[in-house]
Design a binder for this molecule. Structure first.
Ligand SMILES: *Cc1c(COP(=O)(O)O)cnc(C)c1O
Length: 234
């Protein structure tokens, strides 16, 4: 690891955020950078913390626990976002750890989360992940099923605040960002989590309130060299 790399990347990302905000008449403080720390080693995570970052995203519950359970005591102002698909047997741990759950994608998991929230006296901010490209292999609720899922979350008294999407790789991302924005407005949801390393500037210009950045901040992930246990679904 080159010391200071994360800090240097962060300076560049922050200036790109400012620029995109200026171009679209927005304020940089209206955009939250979610630092995606999946597959990153302790050194990089600590570097991000010392650079002042406090909002982190993880897509596996177990890996998130190993990254954050101890650090939480040290950094009480941490805000942890679950950005990967949630399995029902991990709901209890997810509700215990995460402040924001961005990946609600079906009624059954909304019900499980609501049950755990009641048990643990918690009320995390919830976003619904939308499969805007209707890709069969991708997580997220279909456009057709979105209205019923939003209604269900509201009936369950979940603190549902927004939508999240990951555009199909080969489509123009801006189309999917605009679609997500339209859907959020239609359902009166203020938060929009969209945009990753390759396309966050576009997402900001369309109206993203949360951008999820891994590679551009931390450098390459160690995905290929991870043991199989890490790669299995959380
Ligand atoms: C890994 C991941 C990201 C970060 O992707 P980068 O291209 O590394 O910025 C963002 N969102 C989700 C849901 C992810 O799984």
């Amino acid at each position: 690891m080159i010391d200071g790399l994360v800090k240097e990347n962060l300076v560049n990302i922050n200036s790109q955020i400012s620029k995109s905000c200026t171009q679209s008449g927005r304020t940089a403080s209206d955009v939250t950078l979610v630092a995606v720390s999946k597959f990153q080693d302790d050194g990089k995570i600590d570097e991000a913390l010392s650079a002042g970052l406090r909002v982190f995203g993880e897509n596996r519950v177990q890996e998130a626990e190993s990254h954050w359970t101890a650090r939480r005591a040290q950094y009480p102002d941490l805000q942890l976002h679950l950005i990967g698909p949630l399995q029902s047997n991990k709901t209890k741990d997810a509700v215990a750890l995460f402040d924001v759950i961005e990946s609600i994608d079906r009624i059954s998991i909304a019900e499980e989360i609501a049950k755990e929230c009641a048990k643990q006296h918690k009320n995390p901010v919830c976003l619904i992940q939308v499969n805007t490209g209707n890709e069969p292999q991708k997580a997220g609720v279909s456009l057709d099923d979105l209205p019923a899922l939003i209604q269900k979350c509201r009936d369950l008294k979940l603190n549902v605040q927004g939508l999240m999407c990951i555009p199909p790789v080969n489509d123009p991302a801006a189309f999917h960002f605009s679609l997500l924005k339209k859907l959020a407005a239609r359902h009166r949801l203020p938060l929009l989590s969209m945009g990753m390393s390759a396309d966050f500037e576009k997402a900001i210009r369309v109206g993203a309130t949360h951008i999820r950045i891994g590679g551009a901040l931390f450098g390459d992930r160690q995905e290929s060299s991870s043991p199989p246990s890490l790669l299995s679904a959380s």
